[in-house]
Design a protein around this ligand. Structure first.
Ligand code: XLS
Ligand code: CA
Ligand code: CA
Length: 438
């Protein structure tokens, strides 16, 4: 047992000082007719939680994630499974997400990597059956191996493209084997360093071809879940094609992939794109493409992907407001694509990071439900557009007018009426009242 300092993390309420208890996440509590855990299908990211040990550009690991085994061996891969399942069980986290190479050390020969994946997924399946823990989504890491330096689907090399295809095929096999509800494409290397050497049109067409083949293959082996694009504007590339939700949705529609794909929205990536988290969620939702969420937090002072555990309750509230308004996440969940800060290097820190993240989103859910139940926000929005509910406004919405008629209407008024205040400060203050008043 790796986390033997804690038996089970339970809900003890906001007054609890127990560092290994939830203060707000009360899994069975009913919120707007549904248990908290149904609203919040939390997932553990295999790569950060069981892999990332603190190495950054300037220094090596600070945390010990050997889990008692020699790293880069199959024994280590197994030890990670043991530690991961113990961790998820103790926290009541019911899902996990993985890249192929998070599960096993990658071999020189892809055939050997695939054999390792078969073996470890048998072991994971045993653990899933014994615990009831499920797979949220799988993906192929098509950005770490040097062969992907010019991209995977967007590479200049047909051989490399085939290796990307082979990895996707295997990752889909494993995802289906583990009953995963989603499959993610994050295009970390799908972009460019300079336009001078890049055929953008050709690269994007090739990415679409690869995605189409993935859908055809996935459906042929019984994958019924959602494919996701996870937008990110930059890092590691200077420019990435899946810049933000609007760009990715346009791409999916252009290539006829929009029936099979949705968005996996990450908070930190939204920030890097110059958007808020809730903006990306709203754009996805209004296009019927709100799929899943990578629940982390960026740092507005830093212009890179810090993948912090979420602690900003206001942002989590706005996120859960979008999720509730969209009617929930369907096949999606809230994946903590987050890592401890480098100096938080103990096993205790790992558990406390999840307590922080889960409590933050529990608070977000409670506050978002309170905002909806209070009705001020939605009431104001409805009122704001009420001039389109009858008269000339209704004719516009119903498509029963023309530019000439609208022009004649405006000319008959002569001077335009005041469209009315947006009342931003009033609404912000009302939300503070709902969030922090009693
Ligand atoms: C990196 C991404 C990555 C995806 C999965 O910035 O967040 O971890 O979620 O490949
Ligand atoms: Ca992510
Ligand atoms: Ca990230």
């Amino acid at each position: 047992m790796y986390f033997d300092f804690v038996d089970k993390v339970n809900y003890e309420g906001p007054k609890s000082k127990n560092p290994f208890a939830f203060k707000f996440y009360d899994s069975e509590r009913i919120v707007m007719g549904k248990a908290m855990k149904e609203h919040l299908p939390f997932a553990m990211a295999w790569w950060h939680n069981l892999g990332a040990a603190g190495t950054d550009m300037f220094g090596r690991d600070t945390a010990d994630k050997s889990f008692g085994a020699e790293k880069a061996t199959m024994a280590h891969a197994k030890a990670k499974v043991d530690a991961g399942f113990e961790f998820m069980q103790k926290l009541g986290v019911e899902y996990f997400c993985f890249h192929d190479v998070d599960l096993v050390p990658e071999a020189e020969d892809i055939n050997e990597t695939n054999a390792r994946l078969d073996k470890i997924s048998d072991y994971i399946l045993e653990k899933m059956n014994a615990t009831g823990i499920k797979c949220l989504w799988g993906t192929a890491n098509m950005f770490s191996n040097p062969r992907f330096m010019n991209g995977a689907g967007s590479t200049n090399s047909a051989d490399v493209y085939c290796f990307a295809a082979a990895q996707i095929k295997k990752a889909l096999d494993i995802t289906v084997k583990l009953g995963g509800k989603g499959y993610v494409f994050w295009g970390g290397r799908e972009g460019y360093e300079t336009l001078l050497n890049t055929d953008v049109k050709f690269e994007q067409e090739n990415i679409a071809r690869l995605m189409k083949m993935a859908v055809t293959y996935g459906r042929s082996i019984g994958f019924e879940g959602d494919f996701y694009i996870e937008p990110k504007p930059k890092e590691p590339m200077k420019h990435q094609y899946d810049f933000d939700a609007a760009t990715a949705i346009g791409f999916l529609r252009q290539y006829g992939l929009d029936k099979d794909f949705k968005m996996n929205i990450e908070a930190n990536h939204a920030l890097l794109a110059g958007h808020t988290f809730e903006h990306e969620l709203r754009i996805s939702a209004i296009n019927g493409m709100l799929g899943s969420i990578d629940a982390n937090q960026g740092d507005p002072v830093l212009d890179w992907d810090t993948d912090e555990f979420p602690f900003d309750v206001y942002s989590a509230t706005m996120c859960m407001y979008e999720v509730l308004k969209a009617g929930g996440l369907g096949n999606g969940g809230l994946n903590f694509d987050a890592k401890n800060r480098r100096p938080s290097n103990t096993a205790e820190d790992m558990v406390q990071a999840f307590i922080l993240g889960m409590d933050t989103f529990a608070l977000g859910l409670l506050k978002a439900a309170a905002i909806i139940e209070d009705g001020t926000l939605d009431g104001f929005k409805k009122e704001r557009y009420s001039s389109f509910e009858n008269g000339i406004g209704k004719k516009i919405v119903d498509g029963e007018t023309s530019l000439e008629e609208l022009s004649a209407y405006a000319c008959s008024l002569g001077k335009c009426t005041d469209p009315g205040s947006g009342k931003q400060e009033y609404i912000q203050s009302a939300i503070n009242g709902i969030m922090f008043g009693e």
